[in-house]
Design a protein around this ligand. Structure first.
Ligand SMILES: [Zn+2]
Length: 73
């Protein structure tokens, strides 16, 4: 379970009254940059997972493409 008081990427403490950038509903980041970085990492691993999947079961489409990205303005 992720702690909600620190950035999930750089582990910087998040003040209660400061802006927190949520990702997938429950993963907090201190900045758009950190969230974007995590998003990129996820995109890469998702592509790699899809590639692995295709290698073993050709044409099988997984439902893992549905990432809920909530953007707090
Ligand atoms: Zn951060």
């Amino acid at each position: 379970m992720p702690a909600l008081d620190a950035c999930a990427l750089c582990a910087k403490r998040l003040a209660r009254d400061s802006d927190v950038f949520m990702y997938r509903g429950d993963t907090p980041f201190c900045s758009k940059e950190c969230r974007h970085e995590q998003l990129q990492l996820d995109a890469v691993s998702a592509r790699q997972a899809a590639r692995r999947l295709q290698r073993f079961s050709a044409g099988a489409e997984s439902g893992r493409a549905h990432h809920g990205v909530s953007v707090s303005s």
